[in-house]
Design a protein around this ligand. Structure first.
Ligand SMILES: [Mg+2]
Length: 420
């Protein structure tokens, strides 16, 4: 996978709240259903199923207006807690395909599946499998946009996948000019009616018009149209039109019990040498193991994810290894994580690192016999946990024993240089 572009999905649940309600009420299957307060005609429709939409109902209109257009509309009171639970459940389904899942809204989530496409499966086929699993488990139909960046995945969903019967569309280098660029500029992500008005006045009515304008020229045009502070916006729109978006999919640290994970964004220019990266790797492992012990868990599968960038190109990888036994011991997880990292790192500066421990089991069953000193180390680590709990991270410079002596303290100061 050296040099391979990332494969990112943005998966959107169709008419999410309404779909959840239809799944909960099979009797309404062939009826127009909307979610809103049935007792308040001036209230807002939060979601409408496709049958209701075909009957003219739109989201964000008033309940009274919707019923006037579609008299047999079933208006169901929203149950937000249920929708949140189902959204979390869908996240868990995605996490069975990749560790890198980033919720974007209650019904939209980004997945980085670059590391999941082994064995020659293409992204569309993986998307179909995810779609089927979510439909079967929740009754929600998903639309999947595929792209090499988050921004292209998002525009693939909004502009194409949602309009297709199969609900899947891929935007990439090969078709961005023929598919995305002819669209009116208002279809570009984050372009509202005010911004669209400005683009039209600047003589840039399509997404391609923005993309094909030289960046310096676009900045000049926007300064003339909107004032001096518009340079950053100009750059943002220009990159969006070209599908450029270096931001990685960042897994939530919500910590479902399927996995215990921790990740960090780094200043890539500081993290180009292995010893420096190892400090962060170890720091993440310490945190994951500490959380695992606190939850009374240990795991057999250690995963490492990283985003590398040389300022122009960005690559990411996510790899995992299965240990012969479950563990929550720092040095065991650290050793596995380090091996994974060293094997798969391309050698470019690192802008994000991610560690997770999965296939969790209770830690009351750990192998006493095979590894005689494990219980002892385990209780030492527990003692360290309580020191850290009481006195904070600085007390854990003992991590230096895993690094070259003396260098750790100096590097520990750099850890403060991360941003989250
Ligand atoms: Mg949706």
């Amino acid at each position: 996978m050296w040099g391979r572009e990332p494969t990112i999905l943005l998966i959107d649940g169709q008419s999410f709240y309404a779909s959840v309600e239809k799944a909960a009420h099979p009797a309404y299957r062939d009826m127009p259903v909307a979610v809103g307060d049935p007792e308040r005609r001036s209230g807002i429709i939060l979601a409408a199923c496709p049958i209701a939409k075909a009957g003219g109902v739109t989201t964000a209109e008033r309940v009274g207006e919707a019923i006037a257009k579609c008299p047999n509309l079933m208006v169901i009171r929203p149950r937000m807690q249920t929708y949140i639970s189902i959204s979390l459940f869908i996240t868990a389904i995605y996490e069975s395909f990749t560790d890198l899942v980033e919720p974007y809204s209650i019904d939209e989530q980004f997945l980085d599946v670059t590391g999941s496409l082994s064995g020659g499966e293409n992204a569309e086929s993986l998307a179909r499998r995810i779609q089927a699993k979510v439909l079967l488990s929740t009754g929600v139909w998903s639309r999947v946009g595929i792209g090499p960046s988050k921004i292209l995945a998002k525009m693939a969903t909004d502009n194409f996948a949602k309009k297709r019967p199969d609900g899947i569309f891929k935007l990439g280098r090969g078709n961005i000019e023929t598919e995305l660029w002819p669209l009116p500029v208002e279809q570009m992500f984050m372009v509202g009616s005010r911004m669209a008005y400005h683009f039209h006045r600047m003589g840039l009515p399509t997404i391609g018009d923005v993309a094909r304008t030289d960046l310096g020229e676009l900045k000049r045009k926007m300064r003339r149209e909107m004032g001096r502070q518009s340079d950053i916006q100009a750059e943002y729109y220009w990159q969006t039109a070209r599908g450029i978006d270096p931001s990685p999919v960042v897994a939530s640290t919500r910590g479902t019990l399927q996995s215990i994970s921790h990740g960090k964004a780094l200043r890539a220019n500081l993290y180009r040498k292995l010893p420096d990266i190892e400090v962060v790797l170890l720091e993440l492992v310490i945190e994951v193991c500490r959380r695992a012990r606190r939850l009374g868990k240990q795991g057999r599968v250690v995963s490492v994810g990283a985003v590398e960038t040389d300022g122009r190109r960005t690559f990411s990888f996510g790899r995992q290894t299965t240990l012969p036994y479950a563990t929550s011991l720092t040095h065991e997880v650290a050793e596995a994580a380090r091996r994974l990292f060293v094997t798969h790192w391309r050698g470019m500066p690192i802008s994000r690192l991610f560690i997770s421990l999965t296939e969790l089991s209770g830690d009351d069953t750990y192998q006493l016999t095979l590894f005689e000193d494990r219980p002892k180390i385990y209780s030492l680590e527990r003692a360290a946990d309580s020191i850290k709990d009481r006195f904070g991270d600085a007390a854990l410079i003992r991590a230096s024993s895993l690094l070259e002596a003396g260098v750790a303290r100096e590097r520990a100061a750099q850890i403060g240089g991360h941003y989250r």
